[in-house]
Design a protein around this ligand. Sequence first.
Ligand code: GLU
Length: 549
Amino acid sequence: MTNKEYADILLPGVKHTWEEYEEMYPERDLPEGAIVTRYAPSPTGLPHMGNLFQAFVSKVFSDQTNGVFFLRIEDTDTERSIENGIEKILEALKPFNIEFTEGAISQTEYKGNYGPYIQSKREDIYKAYAKKLIEEDLAYPSFASKEELDEIRREQELSKQRLGYYGRWAKDRFISHEEAIERINNGEEYTIRLKSPGDFFKKVILNDAIKGKIELPENDIDEILIKSDGLPTYHFAHVIDDHLMHTTHVIRGDEWVSSTNKHLQMFEVLGFKAPKYCHIAPLNKNDNGTIRKLSKRKDPEATLMYYIEEGIPVGAVMLYLATITNSNFEAWLDANPNGKIEDFKFDFKKANSSNGSLFDLPKLLNISKNYLSRLSKEEIYNKLLEYTKEYDKDFYGIISKYPEYTKDILNIEREQKKPRKDYAKYSDIKQGIWYMYDELYEAKDYEWQKITDKEEIKNILNTYINEYYDENDDKDTWFSKIQDLSNNLGYAGNMKDYKENPDNYKGNVADISTVIRVALTTKSQTPDLYELLRLIGKDKIKERFNQFD
Ligand code: GLU
């Protein structure tokens, strides 16, 4: 029996030969240096921050080279796949503007010429290549049951040997074609294993684009290529798919580093060029001084919905991810505060090559404060509408009722060179300005500071509104009037005078404006008081001051 006949018996019904597949997936016609990469999730749950980070890194490198960034669904572990996994993955990534040049769109649709992009739909392809290896005597059927494998493991543990199906432990290597066929005819289940040509005592060098040179032992494990259910293992599917899809850079989590010897070996035995590997560090968290992996279970910020629900702008999340992608991004952003991610030149050499990147939520929120301060009043108003429509219907109703008034409030100390940084999240905004709306204003919990005496407060407010307030004053005039008011009531209108002789005064101009501020808003910290007074208007100011009569 020829090897070809043998391969036909082991993997029957395969529609195409591997040569035909080679023709169906020709080289891509791309500019020199274009990076073809992918995001390759298993549809076992929703993507988390670590997944988003990987997708982000892959996307920026392909974008900046006018390359290809595709989505491939790795669903060969059918037991762990969740229902509508693809749709859920796409939906979770959508708000973060992770767009794919090609790939799966749903369980049944895809775009691009290298599909299908769902591994379970590529069974014939993997089998065609497994047949190639069987024909070349580089793969064989293995009947080893779970019990047998457990037994091998026990023996290896007892005799303190390396674990795995290799060398003399890989007994099924030695089964004759006749015996194999007889066992298949008897209905025994089997897998197809690689007949590894590797020598564990020799080294293979992985030239990782991020981590640099890594020395690994050659692989000598007879890895399973095709499982008994007919689907490939991750290792085999990765090699076949990234070959046929012409991936130039495999950007993936560094938990795969130690398996890369298997992958390099598979590329070699198949006669294919291996892609460049770029292994990225996982995201860590500083948990009260202990550095540990960011955990979907323990850390709300590890889930993507957290950002959406809290109203942390996606643009800021992306800027933060850029800072952990390349160590020089932050300095670049400081120098180019309005810089866009697309304008930065990412470099694998500037990526974190260690075992983990710190994911620092306070830092992200700080970036977010800057980010929000730089939006125009229109932009922030529209984003706030979008956010509240979903997560704060009451506030949504109010701000949609008063669009211009709300924009004016949001515009206080905005649209200027050094804008005020009040908010890190859309959900912070209401906390900062609720008192500007009668619908939300409550005359209680006044945050009085130095001046607390009711009579004194009443006197300050009445004198101010009756004798000093004029709605037509510009800001300078307004302030000099507050200074005059202070002087007249025995407070220093000028801070310098006050500092020189504090005992000569009851207090100073800041204490006076605080009384006005708190009486108007109940809060001691607010955006610019002049602007607030102007927006609230005389009638309402009087109404609010009347509380103290
Ligand atoms: N499905 C693999 C995972 O989710 C993909 C790894 C890769 O990118 O090759 O870990």
